[in-house]
Each structure stands twice: as C-alpha cells, then as structure tokens.
Design a protein around this ligand. Structure first.
Ligand code: UDP
Length: 324
C-alpha cells in the first residue's frame, strides 16, 4: 500500500516507517520537525510541513495519493499540557481535524490514530481494558480522547474507517540501533535513566516513593515500540475486513515499577543510576497497566518483548551510541 505517515520523524513514527518499508509498503512522511528528526526519516520521502496547513496537505496528498494514513503527529508531554493546554488543543485536536478533512475526501481510506492510556484518567481497576471509564485528567489526555470521538462521528457520518491505539508506556528502540527515542527536552523515565548513567544529565529525580504500590514507586506497563508498530500492520489488515471506528489498548499487561527500571538499567550497564527521590509529579497515577485481550483476540496481536530487561537492552544500545 501507499501509506502516509504523519509524524514519521518522531520516535514511534520512525520505527513505523522502517517496519512498513520492510513489509513492502511505499511510505511518505509528513512532519513539521518541531520535535522529530530529519535524520530519523530513512524509509520514505520527507515532506516538511504541518498537518494543520490545508494547502500543504493538499499538495502532499495530490502528489503521493495515499491509500492509508498513520497519524503519529502530536505533542505528548503531560506536564506541558497542564501549563499550556492551547498547544495541545491546537496541535493534537485542531490539526488532526484538518488532517481528517483531507483524508475523508478519499473514499474508504483507512486511518490509524496514536491515542494514549492518558484518556482513561485515574485507573479504577488493576488492568485497564477498552470499557474502562474515560475521564482524562490533563489536556493531553483530553485532546486525544476528543480526537477519538471525532473519529467515531466521522465513521458514522462519512464512513471513514479508523483505528485508535491507546499506547501505554512506549519503550525500547530498533534493535539495529539506527533510530530510537530522542526527545529534547527528555522527560521520559527510561531515556533519563540512561542519560543519567552516561553522565549526560545530573542525578535523575524519582518522582515519589510513597505510592500505594509494592515498592512505593509508580508502576507502568512498558511496551516495545516495535510491538506497537506491529499492531499497526495488523490493524491495516483488519480494517480491510472489519470497517468501523475501532479502538484497542496496547500494553504488555505486566506492571514494572520505577525501581524495577533502575534495577534493570544497573544490571544491563553495570553502573549504578545516579538518582535522588523527590516529590510526586502532579498527574501521575500510581499504576497504569493494560488489558490488551481485545487486541489479542481481534487482531492476533501479542507483545513479543514481554520482559523489561529485553526492552531496556534495545533502548540502551540506542542511547549509548545515539545518532541524534
Ligand atoms: N519518572 C521519574 N523520573 C523521571 C521521569 C519519570 O520518576 O525523570 C516516573 C514518572 O513519575 C512515572 C514513570 O516514571 O511514574 C513513567 O513516567 P514517564 O514520563 O516515562 O511516562 P508516563 O507514565 O508519564 O507516560
């Protein structure tokens, strides 16, 4: 298929492009390079521009004539969404709407949207399935949930088929080491752990050790970036036979604590992680773990990387010799 990857210069989008190319798809990337890296775009032509720019999108769509669209382009820092929600409603909501307006002019063009566990808000159960109540507690989660709702309406009204994937904690990197997670500034746990070990930052801060979890630190469901991308491949196939505005939760189904992450990093590198404990970070639920049985049953998806050290090993290989 000819597939347009919006946000293809970013962390998950760039891994997606590689996988799509390996599976024989023709890829083009749209990215405004606000957080992505041109160097990460190696499997398709890069069109630098914003999905909020209708004239730009028209040019790209007319030129590439996509048969499917994968939409990763978004801002994703929870804290920033609290202090500056406008960025999130403009980038994640308004620009997505602009993209969908262009996509719906192509009859039956499937669209896959990167959503997030943040749409669920404070967890009410140990494992979070698709039926879990959705009361996001920050503008990031609200902007993503609003987009999911638009996709429901666009299916009902315009028969635009779509799939939303709610990622839990994306982690790891391409095992070949060419691409990986590279946010500036970096706010995520695993990259910060390795930056701290490599002396690229000062001692990292651990946000809270007084949670009601087995070791007092937050518990997260780390899922390998390539597993997330595999779900998209399966999703594209599934949308050929079962159309709708579908949504799936994607995680390992296993919780690992922040202390587990530190311990795994020390075992992988042989270096103690310089760290200090500090206050809780506002908006952090104590535990976020996915129930992905629907994705397993419907798409045949399973996370091939189920062990934290295996996921982190791929992240370490990337961070040690980072290219960008
Ligand atoms: N975390 C931390 N120190 C950091 C970054 C993150 O203690 O420098 C904790 C954070 O409070 C959360 C977990 O690590 O409990 C995962 O945070 P991250 O930002 O990686 O992902 P999120 O769960 O917010 O999507």
């Amino acid at each position: 298929m000819r597939l347009l990857v919006c946000g293809g210069a970013g962390y998950i989008g760039s891994h997606m492009c590689k996988l799509l190319a390996e599976h024989g798809h023709e890829v083009a990337v749209v990215d405004n390079l606000s957080t992505g890296h041109a160097a990460a775009v190696r499997w398709g032509e890069l069109h630098v521009g914003d999905i909020g720019d209708a004239a730009f999108l028209d040019r790209v769509f007319d030129d590439f004539r996509p048969e499917g669209v994968l939409h990763f382009a978004a801002k994703s820092i929870v804290g920033e969404s609290v202090t500056d929600p406008a960025i999130y409603y403009l980038n994640n909501f308004s620009s997505s709407l602009n993209l969908f307006e262009r996509v719906r002019r192509i009859p039956e063009c499937p669209l896959i949207f990167s959503s997030t566990a943040a749409i669920f808000g404070v967890p009410r159960s140990d494992l979070i399935n698709e039926a879990h109540p959705k009361y996001p507690i920050n503008a990031y989660g609200r902007s993503k949930l609003a987009v999911e709702q638009v996709l429901q309406d666009y299916w009902t009204a315009y028969a635009m088929p779509s799939m939303s994937f709610r990622y839990f904690n994306a982690a790891g990197a391409d095992p070949a080491g060419n691409i990986g997670e590279a946010h500036h500034p970096e706010t995520h746990l695993i990259p910060r752990v390795f930056d701290s070990i490599l002396g690229r930052s000062c001692a990292m801060k651990i946000f809270g050790d007084d949670y009601e979890t087995p070791d007092g630190t937050c518990v997260r469901d780390f899922v390998h970036v390539n597993d997330l991308c595999n779900a998209h491949l399966l999703g594209l196939e599934f949308l050929k036979v079962r159309r709708g505005a579908l949504a799936f939760n994607l995680g390992n189904g296993t919780g690992f604590s922040v202390r587990d992450v530190l311990k795994a990093a020390e075992e992988i590198t042989g270096v103690a992680v310089p760290h200090e404990f500090t206050d809780r970070r506002p908006g952090d639920p104590s535990r976020l773990v996915a129930d992905s049985s629907l994705a397993r049953e419907s798409l045949g998806w399973t996370a091939r990387y189920s062990e934290l050290p295996d996921i982190m090993q791929t992240a370490w290989a990337w961070h040690r010799d980072r290219k960008f």
